[in-house]
Design a protein around this ligand. Structure first.
Ligand SMILES: [Zn+2]
Length: 401
């Protein structure tokens, strides 16, 4: 019965998709971030699941854009072992004088029509998961920078601009890419993952503990960018995205995101919700970052950041409350739960989307960093007192882990 229903809904989806074909934008001009996101996230590409036709169309589109910019792009084919799926990374280079490169990347794949195995948060809904924020926005960021540096003649370090396939299948594309390059030739890697929702000019900058020179680089980059963005730092080089593949090769990394929204991994992550101007603001900040990296012709001094904990999105802790926190620091003196996952401990205790966590046991929660430290003190089976603000009301929830 279930299967029968599934088949019916699949064919309904297919019909809807046919009716909404978006034409590939003309390649005669350089595209805006809006045009790039709207095409990649259109229903016509069916959610760009690795190995599908939509996935191939997306990679062809990125290839064509890079070619237009004069980057001499390469489509690097690889196979995802699970499911035996063939897909691609697409990359193009700009040469500098040191013979080394700064890699600027973002994954272009997404969840297709959804489903449990692929990580949809609405596992029972069969619908195009457009992936506008995750991560058409990141691809737009990469192409924005590619456009800027493509014709640059006097670079110290060159650039490799890359769109990774099969991130959603376990950062497979970036791993393949990192394993097939010379790590000594890469000065640093910048990863955009979800930069389409810039709110209050706040971003999270991950990887800030991965090189000795990072503090200086960030300090001057913020100055160069007129402190236009409010930056929450996170030291870790590991995380739930492609930069991890480079960090694993002892390469300093930056992970740039405007944070998960409540539409994360649902069919509602679509173009009409994207803040296109924000994509360019984020990319412009990264321009300042890489300009600072250029001041180190010898490269950077890699530093380790410890174990792969502290990923606010996919966990890695011994315990989790089962919520997606606001990583952009919208609230002062507290941490907002943007999305409380149904059936998980926080939800069972009565937490609601939008609640602001202000205390976990005795620890006052002022921001995400304190929250993560607080999580580190908890064990499975603990009964945890979590104080939240819901509007003006203060509520204490008993969360059973
Ligand atoms: Zn992503």
């Amino acid at each position: 019965m279930k299967r029968f229903l599934l088949i019916i809904s699949l064919s309904v989806v297919a019909a809807v998709v046919q009716a909404q074909q978006i034409k590939m934008p003309k390649l005669g001009k350089e595209l805006t971030s809006r045009e790039i996101v709207e095409y990649l996230a259109s229903d016509a590409l069916q959610g760009r699941l690795g190995g599908t036709k939509g996935d191939t169309l997306a990679s062809d589109f990125i290839y064509a854009q890079m070619k237009k910019l004069g980057l001499n792009p390469v489509k690097q084919e690889f196979t995802v072992k699970r499911g035996n799926v063939v897909t691609f990374n697409v990359y193009g280079k700009v040469e500098g004088s040191t013979g080394k490169y700064i890699v600027i990347g973002a994954h272009y794949d997404h969840l297709g029509l959804g489903g449990k195995e692929i990580g949809s948060r609405r596992p029972d809904t069969v619908a195009v998961h457009n992936g506008a924020d995750d991560n058409a926005s990141g691809v737009a960021g990469v192409l924005h920078l590619a456009k800027h540096y493509a014709k640059e003649k006097n670079l110290e370090h060159g650039f490799i601009f890359v769109a990774f396939g099969a991130e959603e299948r376990g950062i497979v594309g970036s791993k393949h890419f990192a394993e097939n390059m010379d790590p000594k030739s890469v000065v640093a890697m910048v990863n955009f993952d979800m930069i389409g929702n810039l709110r209050n000019n706040a971003i999270t900058l991950g990887g800030t503990g991965t090189a000795k020179e990072m503090d200086d680089i960030i300090y001057w980059a913020e100055k160069e960018n007129w402190n236009a963005l409010k930056i929450t730092r996170s030291a870790q080089g590991h995380g739930p995205s492609d930069h991890t593949s480079f960090y694993a090769k002892n390469i300093p990394v930056f992970y740039i995101t405007t944070g998960a929204t409540e539409d994360y991994h649902t069919p509602d992550d679509d173009s009409y919700k994207i803040r296109f101007g924000g994509i360019d603001s984020v990319a412009n900040f990264v321009k300042c970052l890489v300009n600072q990296i250029q001041k180190y012709p010898q490269g950077l001094t890699f530093t380790e950041t410890g174990s792969p904990e502290a990923s606010p999105m996919r966990g890695g802790f011994k315990v989790s409350l089962g919520l997606m926190p606001d990583v952009t620091g919208q609230v002062e003196n507290g941490l907002r739960a943007d999305m409380v996952v149904k059936g998980k401990p926080a939800h069972k205790a009565g937490m609601k989307n939008g609640d602001v966590i202000v205390q976990v046991n005795d620890i006052k929660i002022k921001d995400i960093e304190v929250y993560m430290k607080a999580l580190g003190t908890l064990e499975k089976g603990d009964l945890v007192k979590v104080k939240v603000l819901r509007g003006a009301e203060e509520i204490v929830l008993n969360v059973q882990l």
